[in-house]
Design a protein around this ligand. Structure first.
Ligand code: MN
Length: 211
């Protein structure tokens, strides 16, 4: 995906969007990130509601669309379809993508925090995040406001989704933060950034646009 004409790996992201029409970040502010990598989960009411999980890897946000959202029940593996890398400053984006534009609909910062690469700490493994992404086996400890503890993302050869999709599974690992009885998306539906619901974000953006 990288090359001379795609120095930061964001060409696919930019090609899908018209920044004269959408308020999403253009990805001009490419950076190396902070000392600790971040993650974000954006709740996205596009044609179908889904949750976009993004992990900072190599100066961009590696991204997956999770149709059902995360589950804190280790028995509930959730399909996560890999999507194009996003710029780091996308982690702060909450608002409305205009109808007719790519991903048109309301975007909420549903959870946000930092993560630790658990494979890097294993003496017999030591894989960094780019390696984990290439391997198709990611193990991280999330420190968000809603999601915490150990989670795995595993690329699957299973026949889920559409042809050409890169399908992964998002799985809560068994630890003190696992909670089979909880419904985290249902019980905690609102933004960690502003406390707003999807409807409130849509209404306030509409008012701000004078519409
Ligand atoms: Mn999305």
């Amino acid at each position: 995906m990288s090359g001379r004409d795609d120095p930061d790996g964001l060409r696919a992201y930019r090609e899908k969007r018209d920044f004269a029409r959408t308020g999403e970040p253009a990805g001009d502010e490419t950076g190396t990130g902070g000392p600790v990598p971040v993650f974000v989960i954006q709740k996205h009411a596009a044609r179908r509601l889904h949750y976009d999980l993004r992990l900072e890897i190599g100066g961009v946000l590696a991204s997956w669309a999770v149709p059902k959202g995360p589950s804190t029940d280790p028995a509930r593996k959730r399909l996560a379809v890999r999507t194009e890398d996003h710029p780091l400053d996308y982690a702060g984006f909450e608002g409305v993508i205009p109808a007719g534009e790519y991903g048109g609909g309301t975007v909420m910062v549903w959870d946000r925090g930092i993560y630790e690469n658990l494979r890097a700490a294993k003496a017999d493994d030591g894989a960094d995040m780019p390696r984990s992404l290439a391997d198709g086996t990611i193990e991280v400890r999330l420190e968000g406001e809603k999601l915490r503890g150990a989670w795995a993302l595993v690329r699957t050869r299973g026949r889920f989704g559409k042809p050409g999709d890169e399908n992964w599974l998002l799985i809560k690992k068994r630890d003190a933060e696992a909670d089979p009885g909880a419904d985290v998306t249902g019980e905690r539906p609102d933004s960690v950034l502003t406390g707003r619901s999807l409807d409130q974000i849509a209404e306030e953006e509409d008012a701000a646009a004078g519409g």
